[in-house]
Design a protein around this ligand. Structure first.
Ligand code: DQA
Length: 151
């Protein structure tokens, strides 16, 4: 029986401030509470999850570089970097892991600049506007994708 898939859940800039951000867009959970929910979803799917949050773009990139061979898949919410960080896009391409992009808020229905995602086309799916449930969906999509690849 092969081991559980290893999923890295990466949160970018300002996601550590959840709980203090506009609840209309981001809900009321703190990052710690959000991660607790994600851990529960992962356990239901028998996935192993690890978390990173950073406000430093270089750390986010170096973490992605370090994942090669260390993770089977990736859930990422890069926050505002999603909309313009070509450096993160390159790092994601180099990591070459199945990835799902998640946004708590419905970025496609907000300001013009948020509607663009530079990582979207490298991801198996992009899920936005579903709050914490979006992470559950992301884990389900990744699980299905990894099972497909294993078959
Ligand atoms: C976000 C959406 C981004 O536009 C914003 O900059 C964030 C959070 C979200 O989860 O909805 O920081 O990624």
């Amino acid at each position: 029986m092969p081991g559980a898939y290893r999923i890295e859940v990466m949160h970018g800039v300002n996601l550590n401030m959840l709980g203090r951000r506009d609840p209309e867009h981001y809900g009321t959970l703190t990052l710690m509470q959000l991660e607790q929910h994600i851990s529960e979803f992962a356990a239901e799917l028998d996935l192993e999850v690890r978390f990173l949050q950073t406000n430093a773009e270089s750390e986010f990139i170096e973490h992605l570089q370090g994942l090669i061979g260390m993770a089977d898949g990736l859930v990422l919410n890069p926050g505002a970097w999603s909309h313009y960080s070509w450096a993160i896009r390159d790092a994601l391409e180099i990591a070459a892991l199945p990835a799902v992009e998640v946004h708590l808020s419905d970025v496609k229905a907000r300001e013009e600049w948020r509607r663009v995602s530079v990582v979207e086309e490298l991801c198996v799916a992009s899920i936005c506007g579903k709050g914490v449930e979006g992470y559950k969906e992301a884990l389900q999509v990744l699980h299905a994708e990894l099972e497909k690849a294993r078959a």
